[in-house]
Design a protein around this ligand. Sequence first.
Ligand SMILES: Nc1nc2c(c(=O)[nH]1)N[C@H]1C(S)=C(S)[C@@H](COP(=O)(O)OP(=O)(O)OC[C@H]3O[C@@H](n4cnc5c(=O)[nH]c(N)nc54)[C@H](O)[C@@H]3O)O[C@H]1N2
Ligand SMILES: Nc1nc2c(c(=O)[nH]1)N[C@H]1C(S)=C(S)[C@@H](COP(=O)(O)OP(=O)(O)OC[C@H]3O[C@@H](n4cnc5c(=O)[nH]c(N)nc54)[C@H](O)[C@@H]3O)O[C@H]1N2
Ligand code: SF4
Ligand SMILES: [Mo]
Length: 703
Amino acid sequence: MSAQPISTDSIATRASQVVRGACPHDCPDTCAMLVTVEGGKATRVAGDPDHPFTRGFLCAKVNRYVERTYHRDRLLFPLRRVGPKGSGRFERCSWDDALTEIAARLNAIRESADGPQAILPYSYAGTMGLIQGSSMDHRFFHLIGASLLDRTICSMAGTMGMRMTVGANIGADPEGVPESDLILLWGTNTLTANPHFWPFVLEARERGARVIAIDPIRTRTAAQCDDWIGIRPGTDAALALGMMHVMLDRGLEDAAFIADHTLGFDELRERVREYPPERVAAITGVPVETIVSLGEQYGRARAAFIRVNYGLQRHAGGGMAVRTIACLPALAGHWKRAGGGVQLSSSANFQFDKRALERPDLSPPVRTINMIRLGEALTTRDAGVGGPPVRAMVVYNSNPAAVAPDRNEVLRGMAREDLFTVVLEHFQTDTADYADFVLPATTQLEHWDLHLSYGHHYVTLNQPSIEPVGESLPNSEIFRRLGARMGLDHTVLQDDDVTMIKQALGSKSEKLAGVTFETLVEKGWTRLNVPTPYLPFAAGAFPTPSGKCELYSARMAGMGLDPLPAFTPPYEFPDTAPELAARYPLTLISSPAHQFLNTTFVNIDSLRKSAREPECLLHPLDAERRGIAPGMRVVVHNDRGAFTAVARVEETIRPGVVWAPSIWWGKFAADGANANQTTSQRETDMGHGPVFYDNLVEVGLAD
Ligand SMILES: Nc1nc2c(c(=O)[nH]1)N[C@H]1C(S)=C(S)[C@@H](COP(=O)(O)OP(=O)(O)OC[C@H]3O[C@@H](n4cnc5c(=O)[nH]c(N)nc54)[C@H](O)[C@@H]3O)O[C@H]1N2
Ligand SMILES: Nc1nc2c(c(=O)[nH]1)N[C@H]1C(S)=C(S)[C@@H](COP(=O)(O)OP(=O)(O)OC[C@H]3O[C@@H](n4cnc5c(=O)[nH]c(N)nc54)[C@H](O)[C@@H]3O)O[C@H]1N2
Ligand code: SF4
Ligand SMILES: [Mo]
């Protein structure tokens, strides 16, 4: 294959060929994808068999990527709203008209007394690609001086927890897992959310490793494990402190590793005294024997691997929970060996030149709006943070009308007739229904991109394999053209996508040494410049201010937080909010359905049929008490809102907890509602993240 950038023309016209790409979705696996193109049409996608993490397979969702790309509902040309907001009534218009009108509306706001900060970008990881997700878009909004968006909706609490403890959101290498003798799948539904990690778990198990799931729900993953620990939601920090108590009590700690590579052990030891197994059992609902056994197994293991994921940090104390768990491998010395340590993410290893891509230097000083407080931002005069009201919103790579918490308030804001909304999309989502203009965007098969991963250590390039479907354009090109139409003539708007990929790769980071555009074009992906397996902290060298694993964190003290690991109760916790719990006694977890990726794929018939309809899983004890039998229609509600679902009743969930597999589009639900009708806009202890699963509800029969 030529090392020159290939034009989409030459790709699309060859009779039959396989083009190398990357799965764009928000998933730790970032699969290397092979796209078969015949006569200009994509006919098949497959996982690259040579890729050490993809291992030749894609998941059930992305196997449908060709179906999604050529879907009958794919947006093919720009649309202008003709009905009331939310009605979904639109008419076709030309790109020329759409760009002219959008440019005029945005320029009028920029020049008004409210100024450019009244314009809000809203995006997340609909594609994880750096080019279609955080390059030209950022340059555009920085140049016009729009408000900044704090992109907190997924991972910020845990990211901060890792940074404060080990120094960066990096961790143990999943490719070391076969060497592991104990694997804790802690708050992660691996088979659904991180499926390519599973073969490594199985390899370790064949060699004798024990696999334990810690999750309030006996998920399909937990059902495959040796043990399921059905913890009470939001209490993981207490369990980790209980494990430390057992380890220190039995002398199972690694004194040498602690002395050489940690800070604050004496203070932590004092803290741990406050968490004997009996107290931890009362907080977590995990039996004393289980806590003791877990602490002993962890302390005695040679190389224990903790795969913690983002599910468990969606509670008030999410940052502290991840931080506390992240202290465990340093106490036991597990970082020293392949297969030992903790992984939340690998993303901070990918030190692309983000400044060159995004050009934050072009932005004047402006306010920042937290994306999880969108409801508040759109319904208050000062956007909830001071400054002008939000008068225009440009949405891309996200579906806030379905995914943002406190959906009733979000929709109230989006329905404002004086709000000018532009949505770049593949499909007419719930969000697109509220747009003034909908602009058709290309999919991964139709544009260039560059990908990091948050679950492994390979950089992946995505080459376009087909011509844009209909009149769709890459996000990057839409912002380029909109900028020009608005009269912006800065040269940063002229870089093409391949130029920007090279700019991103141009960083001086040691970990990117040898990762070049040419190798990526040739092979599709390449490993970061780290050993296999990568043992980031085998010799300490934690990237914290002290260079140690900070069991005591002065930075946290400076932020007004407890500098030591601690249990932080959820906001909506029966023990600390008894009055609320009297009315709403059940904790709702609305974690991903197996068939969907957030709201992506809900409109793919085969996948939606397999997910049936919005469901609510209850424990038989909770169901009986409410007269609920399997298959009955129920209403899940609290003071924020309500949605209906069909009851499933099984012992695969902890009593007191209910599960609504998510995230449904409102328009595919009988009542137009989804789980976010009940979730709150409150923020986690660290990182300003969301608390989706810190959510008390009641479930009753629908009439
Ligand atoms: N198929 C599929 N894959 C996905 C996604 C998807 O929507 N569908 N989403 C992607 C995205 S954006 C992300 S961020 C990741 C998320 O990946 P994960 O973090 O693995 O996903 P979640 O399903 O949010 O949470 C995992 C588990 O945490 C459990 N949990 C909830 N609260 C607690 C708690 O307090 N303690 C403990 N121990 N467990 C708890 C839930 O019951 C759930 O089974 O997955 C990605 N992969
Ligand atoms: N109740 C509840 N709510 C949650 C969660 C939960 O577990 N429970 N999970 C939260 C988490 S972890 C996350 S990450 C967020 C995810 O929230 P979002 O990032 O909004 O994710 P999606 O719902 O998948 O929506 C992504 C949209 O981007 C579009 N898209 C994809 N590629 C492109 C492109 O190249 N160009 C353009 N213009 N559009 C594109 C897709 O068509 C899709 O509609 O949701 C959060 N919300
Ligand atoms: S969604 Fe995840 S598992 Fe599925 S193909 Fe994409 S990266 Fe792989
Ligand atoms: Mo996420």
